[in-house]
Design a protein around this ligand. Structure first.
Ligand code: CMC
Length: 433
């Protein structure tokens, strides 16, 4: 009998048999509902890294890792990137449906209304060193927003929750651009609400008061695509962090700051920055075999950055689109032969023919090509992960809102397998060896 048709599983522990239900979603693997396991058997499950654990149910994003499919609310990412834009996708993620014309206009207005940040927020920046990493600044200033919106009803009242989501989506590009401008010693640029979300972000990052800023439609479109591609990715490390922080009914701005912290690491969003450093270190195609060898060596901590994924055991669909966008952006910017792109494509070719990568199903992920596009767009390396954070904010807030609105919601509180000392008496300092 295939496990797809099973409705329950039975587990026999010490002569007692218990029946556990199998819950089936609309797509993807079914799950064994083990909520009664501890009460009935006194046993817990053990799954570090959550490799076999569904931590929630959700209707937002679906990934089919074997086929390399990614859907937001049922719509394939390829169609959204081609036919939609970040504002619409944000509405879709938050509310579950694509907006009609009037919903779209209202939503856009709700977001742009909140793009300014409190003037006192600017003072926070001067407390950071000029060489502070912009992700460090983002963890700090987004967390600091909680002190401006410390409304105790924030998590209990749906309309207050909704406004918190709008504020976060709206203010992230403003704060991110401020982090960049602070690091290069330029004045902050206020948002201009008649521009698109992507256009406004680019203008706030790169305009200077002494010159007219001319927005390139190519870069605006590329930025919009990048934002759509990174907008959500179901229960990844940062989203799960946001959900866990939010499960205690904490302030939403503080929860998003915790998501930014989780995103920062090179195993997650920090990989886009790491890919560029890796390509720069490799330098020339003749050195690729040396790095492939290192990536396969168990005694060497080096990994091929931008390769591999917990869920995708096929080409990450976002990487495919990134690769195309990369070619388009470089062509439109008049970059004929970008040595890093040529190197990246050669690295990809060699890795995909290597038995180690084939056997372990390690394919390029979203971060493999994004750094090359960002570089062509003259975005500094330290801002790569910040852009990921700006895009992912809509995913974080949508997942946070879904969790808080769930009547079954409980505080997230994993258990452990304790392997420390058993109880022992205290030893006074003079008697310790
Ligand atoms: N280079 C070399 N070997 C690798 C790599 C890699 N990039 N990724 C995984 N492996 C090997 C790993 O050593 C392990 O081998 P073994 O079974 O012999 O111990 C096997 O493949 C499975 O890896 P894992 O670490 O158990 O898999 P995971 O699901 O825990 O980790 C990952 C997923 C993304 C953290 C990992 O593939 C990785 O470190 N990749 C490089 C960093 C990266 O590109 N991260 C961005 C992820 S996509 C963007 C995002 O969602 O944030």
């Amino acid at each position: 009998m295939s496990h797809e048709s099973l409705k329950t599983v039975q587990l026999t522990v010490g002569g007692k048999t218990i029946t556990l239900p199998i819950l089936t979603g609309t797509d993807g693997p079914s799950v064994i509902d083990i909520r009664t396991l501890y009460a009935e058997t006194g046993l817990l499950t053990y799954d570090p890294g959550f490799t076999s654990t569904a931590s929630c149910d959700s209707t937002i994003t679906f990934i089919d890792g074997d086929k390399g499919r990614l859907l937001y609310r049922g719509y394939p990412i390829e169609q959204l990137v081609e036919q939609s834009d970040f504002m619409e996708v944000s509405y879709l993620l938050m509310y579950g449906e694509l907006p009609n014309v009037s919903q779209r206009a209202h939503f856009s207005q709700d977001i742009t209304y909140h793009t300014l940040v409190h003037e006192q927020i600017s003072d926070f920046y001067s407390g950071f060193g000029r060489d502070a990493h912009p992700m460090a600044i983002m963890v700090g200033v987004v967390g600091a927003l909680s002190s401006f919106y410390h409304n105790s009803k924030e998590t209990q009242d749906e309309s207050t929750r909704e406004v918190a989501c709008w504020r976060l989506i709206a203010k992230m590009p403003t704060l991110a651009a401020m982090a960049y401008n602070y690091s290069v010693g330029r004045p902050f640029t206020y948002p201009k609400n008649n521009l698109s979300y992507a256009g406004n972000f680019l203008r706030m990052m790169f305009s200077v008061p002494s010159e007219e800023y001319i927005l390139s439609p190519v870069l605006e479109r590329a930025m919009d695509r990048i934002l759509v591609l990174h907008a959500d990715h179901e229960q990844n490390a940062s989203t799960s962090t946001v959900r866990l922080a939010g499960s205690s009914a904490a302030n939403p701005f503080a929860c998003i700051a915790s998501g930014i912290a989780a995103l920062w690491g090179p195993a997650h969003g920090g990989a886009n920055e790491a890919v560029l450093s890796m390509l720069t270190e490799i330098g020339t195609a003749d050195r690729i075999p040396e790095f492939i060898k290192r990536a396969k060596d168990k005694n060497d901590p080096f990994r091929l950055m931008g390769f591999g994924h917990r869920i995708y055991k096929n080409y990450d669909p976002r990487a495919k689109i990134m690769r195309e966008t990369c070619h388009e952006v470089l062509a439109e910017l008049g970059v004929k032969n970008d040595p890093l792109l040529t190197l990246a494509m050669e690295l990809e070719r060699i890795a995909l023919e290597d038995p180690y990568f084939i056997e372990k199903k390690l394919y390029p992920n979203v971060d493999f090509y994004s750094g090359i596009i960002f570089r062509a767009m003259k975005i500094p390396v330290s801002m790569f992960t910040v852009i990921f954070a700006v895009a992912r904010t809509v995913g974080w807030v949508s997942q946070w809102r879904e969790m808080i609105s769930d009547p079954m919601q409980k505080i997230g509180r994993p258990r452990q397998l304790y392997r420390g000392n058993i109880e022992r008496p205290f030893v006074p300092v003079e008697k310790r060896g």
